[in-house]
Structures are given as structure tokens and as C-alpha cells.
Design a protein around this ligand. Sequence first.
Ligand code: AMP
Length: 418
Amino acid sequence: MTPTAFEALPLAAPLHRVLRELEYTTPSPIQAQAIPLLLQGRDLLGCAQTGTGKTAGFALPILQALHENPRQVRPKGCRTLVLAPTRELAAQVGKSFTTYGKYVRFSQTLVYGGVGQVPQVNAMRRGVDVLVATPGRLLDLIDQRHIDLSQVEFFVLDEVDRMLDMGFLRDVKRIVSLLPAKRQSLFFSATLAPSIVDLARTILRDPSHVSITPETTTAEKIDQQVCFLAREGKRPLLEQLLRAQSNAAGQKLTIVFSRTKHGANKLAKSLCASGFPADAIHGNKSQAQREKALDRFKKGLTPVLVATDVAARGVDVKDVGLVINFDLPNEPEAYVHRIGRTARAGAEGRAVSFCSEDELEYLREIEKIIKMPIPRWDAHEWHIESLADRHTRGKSFASATAKPSGNGGRGRSRSRRR
Ligand code: AMP
């Protein structure tokens, strides 16, 4: 099957021009499916993760409409509203609009929490073509009458699954209730659980449905592995992997996932102390701190980023060659999002997950949703065969103590402290 070229899509000249500059020649599968439907004015239900090119999939048709039909927006209003779950994702989407809309005349602003509201209020005063917002701050500014949604023509809900995980369902419903009935709505989620489909039904009108990655499978280009080990083995194995990564050719950046904010801080600190420049990003950090950390990470100044799930959403960094799940996520969908931080934009990537005794159940849930066993990686000195065995046999309640084995009894814990 020959993929369509961008040139074949009926996009306006300023968009073709920027795509040529970006050297995007072939639309990704979601772009190839979604762009023609959106240009026809259809509502869309898209099942796709980040990394599939979905942002251009919705930004290009919206920019095309703004270009073809320029219109003065009334004060405090917006023609396009994109709702995103986190400020990082909102910033990422905003950046994509700026990139793809380089030759289109349009105005844009971002509205999210964690920073002062005054610049956001000022930016909204005259109205904008594109508003990218997180739900909480958006409602705050609506309640204070600084934003009015009655002129919205395009409504995009991005990463809805994450939005619901973060408890935004009521906020989303309230925001939808403030939109005009006549609008084009786009709804994206990495998973389509029944509750998500139910919500989509209340928002979309006769939607076209596009599904890129079957909702629960993981990106094919990612080399996934799981290591069975004791908690104390995690730190030294992490160091070993980071050392190998820093000596490897090519993509050197690594994201390490921690389940808690406190754990992320502690880990980043102790990695720094051991000579691995690392930074942590999580929900307790200010926007400025997060941006600084991300910037240093992108530049390779701190090639290790320790992150929690929420903070890592929207992190779109091309050179992430390795994702390490220092802790397995207790909600299996997060695994798909986490490992999707590597192998971005066609690159290859590796994802190594650490599984200790208390995480066997999480691993089982993850393998259920990705519908495949994650290949084992035993060739390290902290491997615990009995744990791997328990996992294989599916005996979550076996009482066998985890003893090092399978490598000549060298599976001792060597971590000094965590
Ligand atoms: P997204 O899924 O929207 O976060 O996009 C993932 C990455 O793919 C971003 O870095 C985009 O710049 C890049 N990208 C999107 N569409 C294309 C394309 N058609 N060709 C090459 N790169 C793309």
C-alpha cells in the first residue's frame, strides 16, 4: 500500500509550505484518515496515543479553516478551544499550532494553572482564534467572566482518558454545556473504555471514528523488557543501565518513571549524587521549574529525567532512547503512555520495566491490556528467577521468598542507600 503524500491532501498553500519546510512528506496514518474527514466538517472520535502525529492531524484542518475564513473574534471569545489534561500537554499543543500555523495569520493563547492569571486574562481580552487550556483554570476564568465560550467553532478534547483519570469529568461536562450547539468537535483518547465512549456520545454529532493504534497495544518500534528483581536491586540496575546508555551511540536521553512525587525527587537527587545528572518533574513543581527541567533535558544537559505519570504527559522529546519504569504504574494504561515517550517520530526506542515482588499484579494487568507478555531480560546480576517464575505461572499469592538465582548466586543487593 503506498501511503498518500501530503501534497495529495487538499490543504491550503501556507500549510503545504510549512510541511515542506518541516520535511513532512507522508501523513502519518491518523493524519491520512483524519485530515480529509475534518476538512469536510465532520466530528471525529479518534483513538490514538501521542507520538502518532495526532496533533498535526487536528491542527492542520483547523488552521486551514481559520485561514480560509478569517473572522474578527469578539472580546474574551475564541473560535477554537483545545482542552488538554496537563499544562505540559497544553504547551505542546500550543507549540504545534505555532509551528504548523507559521504562514497562517491567527492568534493563540494558553490558559493553565500554576502560573499567574493576569497575563492570560490580558491575552483573552481581545479574543483569540485558538485557545489551548486545561479545564480547571479555564473554568476559573469563565467564572470570573474573563472568557466566553459562545463563539467556539472548533472544540478539541485531547487525551480524554487522562483527563478522566485526573478527575476532570465534571469540569469537562460543564465546559461542554457552555459551548454553542453548532460546532465541530474532535475527541481523542489513547483508550476507549465504555465510560469514555459514553462521554463521547454526549459531545459528538454523528462522528467518524478513526483508530490508529488498537487501543491497548504498544508502539511496535519499542523494544520492551521486564526485569524481575528485589526493590534493593532497582537502584544499582538503574545505574548500570544509565551508564550503558550514556556510552551508547545515538539517542542518549532517558526518562525514569517513579510512582510518587517524593520518590521522583529522592531518585533524581541520589542519581545526581552518584554522578548522573538528573532532574525531576512532577505536579508539585512550578511551571517555571518544569519548563527549565525540560529545557535542560532536551539540550542533554541533564540527560536523565525522573518523572511521574501526570508530569510526563505531553513531553515530546525526540531523542529519548530509553524509558525505565523504576516503579510499575498501578494503572495499566499508564504503561502505554510511559513507553510512548520513546520511539517518537519514527525513531527506535527501548523500554525497561523493573518488577519487584509487590508489583507482580501490576505487571499482569499491563500484559492483559497490551495483549502480550513483555519479554524478560534476565542477564543482569540482580535477576530473581523465582519471581520471574511466579509471574510465568501466574501465582500471585505464592509465598516463596524471592531469592537470587539463575546467575550463580550473584544476585545480592548492592545498593548502599536509596
Ligand atoms: P504527536 O503525536 O502529535 O505528539 O506527534 C509526534 C511527533 O511526530 C512530533 O514530534 C511531530 O513533530 C512529528 N510528526 C507529526 N506528523 C509527522 C509527519 N507526517 N511526518 C514526520 N513527523 C511527524
